[in-house]
Design a protein around this ligand. Structure first.
Ligand SMILES: Cc1cc2nc3c(=O)[nH]c(=O)nc-3n(C[C@H](O)[C@H](O)[C@H](O)COP(=O)(O)OP(=O)(O)OC[C@H]3O[C@@H](n4cnc5c(N)ncnc54)[C@H](O)[C@@H]3O)c2cc1C
Length: 402
């Protein structure tokens, strides 16, 4: 069994927090360095599929996370006039996969995950400026309240997102993330809105609108199109309304229920070239830092959660850190990169379709696809069984007797 050491996690997003929970669970000392001084958790809503939730179950926090979200039983795709192209029985898929899909306000999800970390483990306002591995162990430099600081660790987990600095230390020659051409506006309504299906997607010419029911009847919505890169400015609702304001109900009501100042705009970046490795010495990448993907399958965060569990389980059971990280790379890289590839492929059939002929062909094809087949596509990526981690009791026993 591997010696329990000291780990630094760079980044306190979903992946970093889950990694810290997993490492803590197997008895490692963990420090999470997060650059944001105030955790405002901007980012509207997020859905976790069965694989992400089963990863959280393995970390021992699945029920508490589900308690912060809304279970989704049905879903489908429509045209802008409201005509259904496909419906999905997500409850049936959930029964097959071992968990339903849950949707969250991102802030609530982050808050819940943070609540499972011991006090003092998360350092905010800590901008990591350098990561390296050498004779003296892994070294992380960061700028915080007390100026520039250096920490040494037995392991550094780079969970610092799509524009990861740690990635540059692990794969210095790999190309960085590229703009996918997709721009997303997103927000959560200020008040509950009636008439919202659980998970609703609407595909129009060159445009896509998605919305999801959150706890309390609030709704998260996101709207996609292809736009040149831009710095968000002005009233972003003025960019959304002309494109989507005349689409089927309840889309106009969702926009009416959203304070314009809360709309976010993101240009989506992804790692187009898969990384040759997620590991270098005592440095390991996880989440978007390792495999930033387009959002079209809604799998990015669930893949980060899978990473976190596999990493903790490997460190717990392998003879040493090097073999644990080699195992992690062997298991996680093919899986996460295959999901990223599938997400990119899925993106081609949504807002990227614009001409009337292509739209008619696509819609006919979707209508002709049996519901069971569509469900099979969803089940395909969410079907995953986590490795097991020690229970809290086993861990407490080890702490007492080792
Ligand atoms: C529009 C959109 C919708 C999406 N919807 C879904 C969905 O429904 N379901 C799903 O599963 N996925 C979804 N995703 C993907 C998902 O958001 C990401 O895959 C997931 O958040 C990745 O988590 P992470 O922890 O790896 O990275 P992040 O969430 O990006 O966290 C990285 C953290 O590192 C910090 N950081 C960065 N650099 C430094 C540094 N130098 N020093 C210290 N800290 C640093 C950042 O501040 C941040 O807190 C969506 C993505 C987009 C763009």
């Amino acid at each position: 069994m591997n010696r329990r050491g000291m780990a630094v996690v760079v980044g306190g997003g979903i992946g970093g927090l889950a990694a810290a929970i997993g490492l803590h669970r197997i008895g490692w000392k963990v420090t999470v360095l997060e650059r944001l001084p105030v955790l405002d958790d901007a980012g509207a809503g997020i859905s976790l599929q069965a694989n992400g939730l089963r990863a959280l179950d393995a970390l021992g926090v699945g029920d508490s996370v589900r308690g912060a979200g809304a279970e989704q039983g049905s879903g489908g795709i429509r045209t802008p006039s409201g005509r259904w192209l496909a419906r999905m029985d997500m409850a049936r898929a959930g029964a097959r996969l071992g968990s339903a899909v849950y949707s969250f306000h991102r802030a609530r999800l982050h808050e819940t995950l943070r609540g499972h970390l011991p006090v003092g483990q998360l350092v905010t306002g800590a901008q990591v400026t350098g990561v390296r591995d050498g004779e003296e162990g892994a070294v992380v430099e960061y700028e915080g309240d007390s100026g520039v600081q250096t920490v040494r660790a037995d392991l550094v987990v780079g969970a610092d997102g799509v524009h990861s600095r740690t990635r540059r230390a692990v794969c210095p020659d790999a190309p960085g993330p590229e703009f996918t051409g997709t721009t997303v506006w997103r927000a959560v309504t200020d008040w509950p809105v009636a008439g919202q299906a659980d998970i609703d997607q609407t595909w129009g010419p060159g445009l896509e609108f998605g919305s999801t029911r959150l706890p309390g009847g609030f709704v998260e919505w996101h709207a996609l199109t292809e736009e040149p890169l831009a710095v968000p400015a002005g009233n972003l609702m003025d960019e959304v309304r002309p494109r989507f304001g005349h689409w089927h109900d309840p889309i106009p009501a969702l926009l009416d229920a959203t304070a314009p100042g809360t709309v976010l705009r993101h240009d989506v970046f992804a790692l187009d070239t898969p990384l040759p490795t997620f590991v270098s010495g005592r440095l390991v990448l996880l989440g978007d830092a390792a495999h930033a993907m387009t959002p079209h399958l809604g799998q990015g965060a669930s893949q980060a959660l899978e990473d976190a569990v596999v990493l903790a389980a490997a460190l717990h059971s392998a003879a040493n850190t090097a073999s644990a990280l080699a195992h992690y790379d062997t298991v996680r890289r093919p899986r996460a990169q295959a999901v990223a590839k599938a997400a990119r492929r899925t993106g081609r059939v949504g807002h990227r379709v614009r001409t009337p002929l292509a739209l008619a062909l696509r819609n006919t094809l979707i209508r002709a696809t049996p519901a069971g087949l569509a469900l099979g596509q969803m089940v395909k990526h969410a079907a995953w069984t986590p490795p097991s981690l020690p229970t809290r009791t086993e861990q407490a026993t080890r702490r007492t007797y080792t």
